[in-house]
Design a protein around this ligand. Sequence first.
Ligand SMILES: [Zn+2]
Ligand SMILES: [Zn+2]
Length: 140
Amino acid sequence: MAEKGACFCGTVTFEVSGDAQVQGICHCTDCTTWAGAPVNAFSLFPADAVKVTGGEDNIGTYNKTPGSGRKFCKTCGGHIFTDHPEMGMVDVYHNGVPGLTHNPSVHVFYAEKTLAIKDGLPKFKDMPSEFGGSGDTLPE
Ligand SMILES: [Zn+2]
Ligand SMILES: [Zn+2]
């Protein structure tokens, strides 16, 4: 089953199929300054699970780092998703896909947090080791 997503103005549309490999809350400085928000609720899907269905030529990409191609709509500036080619994953932003359930299991880059969230979930200093991080955790 595919869930439909769109940018803020609706010009760019996309679909996400299957289940996210991992969902969580990212506190990294790149996500939070790009979003202008204290956290980013992410859902990582395999790259082939995300398909653009409309407005593809209206998508802009900003690469601050080679590992993250941040996609936005050229009309409204709304964030669409972020490619992580080195991981073969796409980070879908929860609120861009109304039908997507977000059940976070981890917090990542908690060392960079600007907002503490005391929800009892593991707080990784950077990333879990299976995603190339240190695997170190921090107190809430
Ligand atoms: Zn738009
Ligand atoms: Zn981040």
